[in-house]
Write a new protein. Sequence first.
Length: 84
Amino acid sequence: MAKLFIRPDGSIEGLYTDTIPLRDLGRLNIARATNVEFDVERQEWLVTLPDGKEVFSDPSREEALNWEQKFCEACLYDGFRVSQ
């Protein structure tokens, strides 16, 4: 389920999804909080932060994407803001 977080300054944050017509809420500003890429040498999908720090890996892309979603939602819930 998609979750949106309304911040004290009135901004709305969440993970992008096509299930909610986000454009109806106003101008979008989208930034990546993580990356999911395949590592050929390890034969695994890696979830990394923008600084390159690896936070998760799995042979299954689906598992890596599911973990990434839970991780990012938990960060947003805790008040994390993606720096622009």
